[in-house]
Design a binder for this molecule. Structure first.
Ligand SMILES: [Fe+2]
Ligand SMILES: [Fe+2]
Length: 270
């Protein structure tokens, strides 16, 4: 899920080694901008993680197929069914008929509420399991916070990167390519606002159990935390982990009320 606003265009950049980001962003009125990323593991059996924004379908597919020919795509790993993650799923599956769809069973059930899913191409996975159909050592993980019940992320043994889906998303004052270009206070505010907005149940979380969920990420010793709603955060992993740990003790996020909404309408394009 993401806040409303005008869409940007999809571009691609190398996050680390052969792990690429297919990156866009969206205006987040009152907060700045929110990155929206899919990722691609290139290599012998390429794996696409999520499928971009539906409003940017042509851009997204052009950026994707410039990195990997459709016939070579081995799998689409779908983290969850939200439109900013599954937005171009069926266009990708249609263009790459040999690619498997790897996702959680709960996400599959949600997808079936609105679409006909080619079940013979589906492989369901749970946290702790490898991603099938690729020689890359990708392990399915459960992010510490999520906004859909089937959400699954990934730990990539080759690069040490951990893809955390909606967790660790961060509103940014303006678009940047590296989180080190953003002041620490702005990172913490953007992290707190997005994660409390997108995962309001944080206010109900038991601090000790929440700490354990965040520690499970830290225990992977991630070289990079790659959020669907963040930018490359080399050297800022500890800050992000600490920022997330602080959230259960904070007041719940209060979305704009009607007067505030009236004020934001222009920024929202209305
Ligand atoms: Fe989501
Ligand atoms: Fe999302």
């Amino acid at each position: 899920m993401r806040a409303a606003g005008a869409a940007a265009v999809t571009s691609s950049y190398r996050a680390v080694d052969d792990l690429w980001a297919l990156a866009s962003s969206q205006a987040a009125p009152g907060h700045g901008v929110l990155p929206v990323n899919a990722h691609l593991f290139r290599g012998a059996s390429p794996v696409l993680v999520d499928t971009g924004l539906p409003a940017e379908r042509d851009d997204f597919l052009e950026a994707l197929w410039s990195l990997v020919p459709p016939a070579r795509l081995a799998a689409v790993f779908l983290t969850h069914e939200d439109a900013d993650h599954a937005g171009n799923l069926f266009a990708v599956l249609e263009a790459a008929p040999q690619a498997r769809l790897v996702t959680n069973y709960v996400t599959l059930a949600k997808l079936q509420e609105t679409a006909s899913v080619p079940l013979d191409r589906v492989q369901v996975v749970n946290p702790g399991q490898p991603v099938p159909g690729t020689d890359r050592r990708l392990t399915v993980v459960r992010p510490p916070v999520y906004d859909a019940p089937g959400t699954v992320g990934l730990h990539d043994r080759a690069t040490g990167a951990v893809l955390t889906v909606d967790a660790f998303g961060t509103y940014l004052p303006e678009p940047v390519e590296d989180l080190r270009d953003v002041a620490e206070a702005d990172v913490l505010r953007g992290l707190a606002d997005f994660n409390r907005m997108n995962h309001p149940w944080i206010a109900l979380a038991d601090q000790l159990r929440f700490d354990a969920a965040v520690a499970a990420v830290a225990d992977l010793r991630p070289t990079l935390l790659l959020s669907s709603h963040g930018v490359v955060a080399g050297g800022r992993t500890d800050l992000l982990l600490e920022g997330l740990r602080a959230l259960p003790a904070m007041d719940p996020y209060l979305p704009p009320d009607q007067p505030a909404f009236e004020h934001l309408k222009t920024e929202m394009g209305g």
